[in-house]
Design a protein around this ligand. Structure first.
Ligand SMILES: [Zn+2]
Length: 388
């Protein structure tokens, strides 16, 4: 049975389970899930977006080939406008709204100033366009010099990801001292939270093009902009599930850590390797909890433990190693962190499973964040209890 999703720019989203390569060569396709045509496997559901004026051609082609499909969003612009469905009418920062970078940047300063006993803000680098990359450190009363690192906003259009990092910090500061588990975690672990890594890309999704994914760096010899930050790490770099073409959405960059953003992140983690015991990186969508490896079908040495940890979490998520659960993809930060010696390395793919995809409504920020917080706390507690 072949199925797929395809999603259309201003006017149409179809979900399909399987797409033929020739569709790609004939039409301009924006892959939503998986990330590229090279990751499409038989029997897989594929979500993609095509421009409105091409949608009927794509539909006829799929029908001719007997591919089952479903149109998920037939007018993406309408759905994107409907994203802002939060009941909160306040201007300025709000945890149940999507906040732009300016607002998030101001929030990082405010939350640190208002919770000076728990939160501090540092800068670990600057983006290609010169924006400061902020890192929040949340810490209670910690003797043990053990840390968990979590980042959000690798891929610009995955707006639910930065929303979750902000939510996590809010929960930490507002439940420290009252929630037993959170208090225990913060008293025994440092949490490093990087609210948005690919800031330039995130800004671009607000100002120019909502569906942008990559960084905004220039590429020599090409007029195409940007590198996929999650293909830019030195873990089987550019060997599989990544592109060497700067115009592609999964472009791996000119070299590992060619991006200022990924270099800053990698430098920070290398410098703090002795304390960082877990690495969590937050993406969307597809509701999965993935662990190494993605660049190879080899299994990590603590595979059984990771399977157990991932499977204990939550209800509607599927989990497993990246390569076997979804598709091989090299150069990801989770594999890289694992190879640095961080044995608890997870990629979260948050909501949803394709109904809205990257256009997830604001009304889902709270439930998504609440379920993800449970997982985060569970993993952190496991590390505290068994892994130190
Ligand atoms: Zn992503």
């Amino acid at each position: 049975m072949q199925v797929g999703l395809f999603t259309i720019d201003t006017n149409l989203t179809i979900v399909i389970t399987y797409v033929y390569i020739f569709i790609c060569s004939t039409f301009q396709i924006d892959f939503w899930n998986p990330d590229t045509i090279t990751q499409v496997k038989p029997e897989m559901r594929v979500d993609f977006r095509v421009e409105a004026d091409k949608s009927s051609d794509v539909e006829s082609l799929l029908e001719q080939r007997g591919v089952e499909y479903e149109i998920l969003i037939d007018n993406l612009k309408t759905v994107l406008d409907a994203q802002f469905d939060s009941n909160v009418r306040a201007t300025g920062h709000n945890y149940e709204k999507y906040n732009n970078w300016e607002t998030i940047a101001a929030w990082t300063a405010d939350i640190a100033a208002q919770n000076a006993n728990l939160v501090s803000r540092t800068q670990i680098g600057t983006t290609f366009q010169g924006r400061p990359i902020y890192l929040l450190k949340v810490i209670g009363f910690n003797f043990f010099l053990t840390a968990i690192f979590m980042d959000c906003g690798f891929h610009a259009r995955e707006w639910i990801s930065p929303a979750f990092c902000q939510w996590f910090v809010k929960e930490a500061v507002s439940t420290y001292g009252s929630d037993t588990l959170m208090t225990r975690l913060l008293n025994n672990l440092d949490f490093y939270i990087l609210p948005v890594l690919n800031i330039d890309g995130y800004v671009y999704t607000w100002t120019n093009y909502r569906m942008w994914r990559k960084t905004r760096s220039t590429n020599s010899g090409s007029s195409c902009i940007g590198t996929d930050p999650n293909r830019n790490f030195n873990a089987g770099w550019c060997s599989v599930g990544a592109s060497k073409r700067p115009c592609d959405d999964t472009y791996c960059g000119s070299a590992p850590e060619s991006e200022k953003e990924t270099k800053a992140l990698a430098d920070f983690i290398r410098k703090n390797l002795s304390t960082i015991k877990a690495y969590l990186t937050i993406h969307s969508y597809s509701q999965m909890l993935l662990f190494p490896y993605s660049y190879t079908y080899s299994i990590p040495e603590n595979y059984a433990e990771l399977v157990k940890l991932a499977s204990l979490y939550g209800t509607k998520y599927t989990s497993g190693s990246g390569a076997s659960t979804i598709y091989p993809a090299a150069g990801g930060s989770d594999d890289w962190a694992y190879d640095q010696g961080i044995k608890y390395s997870f990629t979260f793919e948050l909501r949803d499973t394709g109904r809205y995809g990257f256009a997830l409504p604001e009304s889902q920020i709270k439930p998504t964040s609440e379920e993800t917080l449970i997982a985060d706390k569970y993993i952190a507690n496991y590390i505290l209890s068994y892994a130190l």
